[in-house]
Design a protein around this ligand. Structure first.
Ligand code: UDP
Length: 405
């Protein structure tokens, strides 16, 4: 469980002025009832943000709630396909799959009362809900995924629901659908600097966590912190690691807890296991699937290089978290990553298929720790200015003011 924070506790990170601005934007919204609806409490960036955002919304005077759409495995198989197709995968949703998506939403609506002043629906899983309520309040669809090149059949299926919303939110200008009649906003995701995943850790605390999880620290460490998901390309990370290892003896950690709304995780994990082969037995590659915020924190701080080899990435909170810890990233130039990483300033950006480029940059950082430190410092300031939870809270309050007044 996380400890609910006061807004004032963020002042040392963001300054008093930001805190005062948030209170100013909250004034007209006191007592406003908001409900967020998504599909998991744990795993992935959406849950990560809501865990901090919902308590903070309450703290500043709104009455914010959070509901999770429930469904069977088959439902999450379909919604994962929708997610994949919206990020550009080919294929079609069959009428049966569409029916399952819609009916699960209908069933949820039968036992979920919505009497709030505004409804914020996250991502495609609960998007059809809007069809099953008599709409008495603004409905906002918050899309967290990379919608720049969606599969047209799946997007036109989903569009019938999205058209009913009053406002849309995207993470990147590039994701806004063309010629779409619903007013939309750009809101960048953000991290919470006060949670265990992002709090400062001493060297002793880091050592202790590495010991507890039996991760040796005798060699340089490369790590990727990401769900086992094809878009995060963990298999590609292994190929790059093998190239780097020819030059520098090092170790790879892949840490990816399993999200309850992502049924593909274990399949991808199996593929990674196969690909890593004997490197797993020698603990040259370490795979971790449990959810452990402090361990993620320790790995992001201890790794000599953090890699984010995504093929698509809505935003990439893992990148934000790494930069906040003053560590450089070597990352794909896709989706929301270039909003955070400026090539050569706070990390390196590469085409996701440029394996040689990835391994060269990793080798470079392993050989030049002083450059790694310099890039990392720049990254922390970018996050402080643009990607902390207080800015996210302020953006939501501004949007709600815009909707109501
Ligand atoms: N995460 C975690 N444990 C893991 C792997 C990931 O807590 O083993 C967290 C990670 O720290 C980040 C979130 O899950 O906060 C992933 O968000 P991101 O935007 O990077 O990707 P998403 O999973 O939403 O596609």
């Amino acid at each position: 469980m996380r400890i609910a924070r006061t807004l004032e506790e963020y002042a040392p990170h963001v300054g008093e002025k930001v805190i005062a601005e948030i209170y100013e934007h909250a004034r007209k919204l006191y007592g406003t009832k908001i409900v967020h609806i998504n599909s998991t409490y744990q795993g992935g960036g959406v849950a990560e943000m809501l865990l901090s955002l919902v308590p903070l919304m309450n703290y500043v005077g709104l009455e914010a709630e959070w509901r999770i759409i429930s469904g069977r495995t088959e439902f999450f198989n379909v919604t994962k396909r929708i997610h994949n197709c919206l990020q550009g995968e080919s294929g079609e949703l069959t009428p049966e799959e569409q029916e399952l998506h819609i009916r699960t939403n209908e069933t949820f609506s039968e036992y979920t009362k919505i009497e709030h002043d505004a409804v914020i629906v996250h991502d495609p899983q609960p998007a059809p809900l809007i069809r099953f309520y008599k709409k008495r309040q603004p409905w906002i669809w918050r899309c967290h995924i990379d919608l720049s090149n969606p599969n047209t059949q799946v997007w036109s299926y989903l569009k019938q629901f999205i058209l009913r919303y009053d406002r849309l939110i995207f993470s990147h200008e590039k994701y806004q659908p063309k010629n779409f009649p619903v007013k939309n906003y750009i809101i960048r995701p953000a991290i919470d600097p006060l949670i265990p995943k992002n709090q400062p850790l001493s060297d002793q605390e880091i050592e202790k966590l590495f010991k507890e999880f039996e991760i040796p620290t005798d060699k340089p460490i490369i790590a990727q912190v990401s769900r086992f998901d094809k878009w995060k390309d963990p298999e590609g990370v292994i190929d790059i690691f093998k190239q780097v290892k020819k030059e520098i003896d090092c170790r790879l950690i892949l840490i990816g807890s399993m999200a309850s709304d992502d049924p593909e995780g274990w399949q991808i994990y199996e593929n990674v296991l196969k690909k890593a082969g004997s490197l797993i037995e020698n603990r040259e590659i370490i795979l971790i699937t449990i959810q452990h915020d402090l361990l993620v924190n320790a790995i992001q701080r201890k790794a000599n290089v953090i890699i984010q080899k995504s093929l698509r990435e809505g935003f990439g909170l893992t990148v934000t978290e790494t930069l906040w810890k003053g560590r450089p990233v070597v990352a794909s130039n896709v989706g929301g990553i270039p909003l955070q990483v400026k090539d050569g300033v706070n990390g390196f950006l590469l085409d996701p298929y440029d394996y040689t480029g990835f391994s060269e940059k990793i080798i470079y950082l392993l050989r030049h720790p002083e450059t790694a430190t310099r890039l990392g410092k720049a990254g922390k300031e970018i996050v402080r200015e643009h990607f902390l939870i207080t800015r996210l809270l302020k953006d939501y309050l501004k949007l709600l003011n815009d909707v109501f007044y």
